[in-house]
Design a protein around this ligand. Structure first.
Ligand SMILES: NC(=O)c1ccc[n+]([C@@H]2O[C@H](COP(=O)([O-])OP(=O)(O)OC[C@H]3O[C@@H](n4cnc5c(N)ncnc54)[C@H](O)[C@@H]3O)[C@@H](O)[C@H]2O)c1
Length: 381
C-alpha cells in the first residue's frame, strides 16, 4: 500500500493544470512507494478556485498561501504561481518543515534564489524545481548518450527557444494573465521565462558555464496596462535575448530566444557537436532525437532520427507500446514520479533548488552582460 503524501498546490493556471494532472495520473503509470493526495488548492479568487477544485478533484481550497502552509495536514507545498511569489512561499514553506516543489525559474533573481536554496537546505526538506524538459524522453536519451561518451569532446552547443505571441503592439502588459511582460513580477522577459529552460538543459547535458556575453532587445517600448485599460506604460522586459557562452569543458555555445519569431510557437531546440557525433532536438517534434554517429561505416554515415518510444528509452516502459508517442503533459508526470521515487530511495533529486540557482546565476549574468556589453564570468563557474 503506497504511503500518502499530502499536497498543497498554489496556482491554478497553466501550470496548476499540468501539476494537477500529474498528481491524478502518476500512480496509474508508475509503481511508487508514495501516492500524492490532492489535499488543497490555493489561489486568490474563491469562486473560480472552487470550480477548479471540483474539476480536478482537490479536497479543499485556500485563498491565502500563508494559511495553506500553516495546515498540519499538508506535507508538500507546490508553487505554480508567478515568479515573484516563489521566494516568500518557498522560504515560509521550508521554515514550516514542508517539502517544496517550485516552478521555474526558481526566483526573479539569484539573490532570492540563494535564500530559497539555503532555506530548504537548512530545513532539510526535499525540494525540486519543475524543469520538466529534462523529463522529455528524447532529452533524457540525449543525456544518456552524452554520459555513455558517444559524443566525445564537445565543441559546440547551440540552443534556440523561439515563440511569436507578443509581436502585436496591441498585446497589453501585466495583470493576471500577462504578468510575463512585467519585469516586477516575472524578473525578466525571455531570459528567465524561456532561456532558463535552455540553460538548465545545456548545463545538464554539457556541464557548467564559465562565462557569457549577451545582448537583449525590447522591440515594443510601451504597451497598455492590462489592469488599467487606456493607460500606457514602458515595457520593462527583454523581448529577445542572444548570448555566447564558454563552457567549462572548453565548448562554445550560442543561445537565442525571442517571442518575435513569426510562426514559432514553442520552438525549443538544441544541437550538440562533438568529435564522435552530434545530437539535435526540437520540442515541436518532441518524440524524436536526431543523432549522427561518426563510428558508423563511412558509406552509411548520416543523421539518424530515433523515434524515442521503445521500452528501452527513458520513461517509455511506463507508457504505451513502441511507436505510440507521449506528450507535453507526460513530462510533468515523469518529473513527479522521479520526485516520489527520490523520497523512497533517499537520493537527492536533480534539479533541486541549489541546481536551479546555478541556472538563475547564469540568467542574472546574461542580463548584466546585456547592460554592460562585457563578458561576465560565472561566480563559482
Ligand atoms: N515548467 C514549465 O515549462 C512552465 C511553463 C509555464 C509556466 N511555468 C512557470 O509556472 C509558474 C506559473 O505560470 P503559469 O503559466 O501557470 O501562470 P498562470 O498565470 O497561468 O497562473 C498563475 C496562477 O497563480 C495564481 N496566483 C497569482 N498570485 C498568487 C498569490 N499571491 N497567491 C496564490 N495564487 C496566486 C493565479 O491565480 C493563477 O492561478 C511561473 O513561475 C512560470 O514561469 C513553467
Amino acid at each position: 500500500m503506497a504511503k500518502p503524501l499530502n499536497i498543497g498546490l498554489i496556482g491554478y493556471g497553466f501550470m496548476g493544470r499540468t501539476h494537477s494532472n500529474a498528481y491524478r495520473k502518476v500512480n496509474q503509470f508508475f509503481d511508487l512507494e508514495y501516492h500524492p493526495v490532492m489535499k488543497a488548492i490555493c489561489a486568490r479568487s474563491e469562486e473560480t478556485l472552487q470550480a477548479f477544485a471540483e474539476r480536478w478533484g482537490w479536497e479543499s481550497c485556500e485563498t491565502d498561501w500563508h494559511k495553506l502552509i500553516e495546515r498540519d495536514d499538508i506535507d508538500a507545498i507546490d508553487i505554480a504561481s508567478p515568479n515573484n511569489t516563489h521566494h516568500d512561499i518557498a522560504v515560509a514553506a521550508a521554515q514550516a518543515g514542508k517539502m517544496v516543489l517550485c516552478e521555474k525559474p526558481l526566483a526573479i533573481n539569484a539573490a532570492e534564489g540563494l535564500e530559497m536554496a539555503e532555506a530548504v537546505e537548512q530545513a532539510g526538506v526535499a525540494n525540486m524545481v519543475w524543469f520538466n524538459y529534462r523529463r522529455v524522453p528524447a532529452i533524457a536519451l540525449a543525456k544518456q548518450l552524452v554520459t555513455e561518451g558517444r559524443l566525445g569532446k564537445v565543441f559546440h552547443y547551440r540552443a534556440e527557444y523561439l515563440q511569436d505571441w507578443t509581436i502585436s503592439p496591441k498585446v497589453p502588459q501585466g495583470g493576471a494573465t500577462l504578468w510575463r511582460l512585467d519585469a516586477e513580477v516575472a524578473g525578466s522577459g525571455v531570459t528567465g521565462d524561456l532561456l532558463a529552460h535552455s540553460i538548465d538543459t545545456a548545463m545538464w547535458l554539457n556541464g557548467p558555464i564559465h562565462s557569457v556575453t549577451a545582448m537583449t532587445e525590447t522591440f515594443i517600448k510601451e504597451r497598455e496596462l492590462q489592469d488599467e485599460p487606456g493607460k500606457i506604460g514602458p515595457v520593462s522586459i527583454d523581448d529577445a535575448c542572444a548570448f555566447l557562452v564558454r563552457f567549462e569543458n572548453g565548448a562554445m555555445g550560442t543561445f537565442e530566444s525571442t517571442r518575435y519569431a513569426r510562426g514559432r510557437k514553442n520552438y525549443n531546440t538544441f544541437e550538440i557537436n562533438g568529435e564522435g557525433g552530434s545530437l539535435c532536438f526540437d520540442l515541436e517534434d518532441a518524440h524524436r532525437l536526431e543523432y549522427f554517429d561518426n563510428c558508423d561505416d563511412d558509406h552509411v554515415h548520416g543523421w539518424r532520427s530515433i523515434l524515442v518510444t521503445d521500452f528501452e528509452h527513458p520513461y517509455m516502459d511506463k507508457w504505451w507500446v513502441p511507436g505510440c508517442v507521449i506528450g507535453y503533459e507526460h513530462t510533468f508526470i515523469n518529473a513527479l514520479a522521479d520526485f516520489l521515487d527520490s523520497l523512497a530511495s533517499g537520493e537527492t533529486l536533480q534539479p533541486d533548488f541549489r541546481c536551479a540557482l546555478d541556472t538563475q546565476i547564469v540568467c542574472d549574468a546574461v542580463l548584466e552582460s546585456a547592460k554592460s556589453g562585457q563578458w561576465i564570468e560565472i561566480a563559482g563557474g
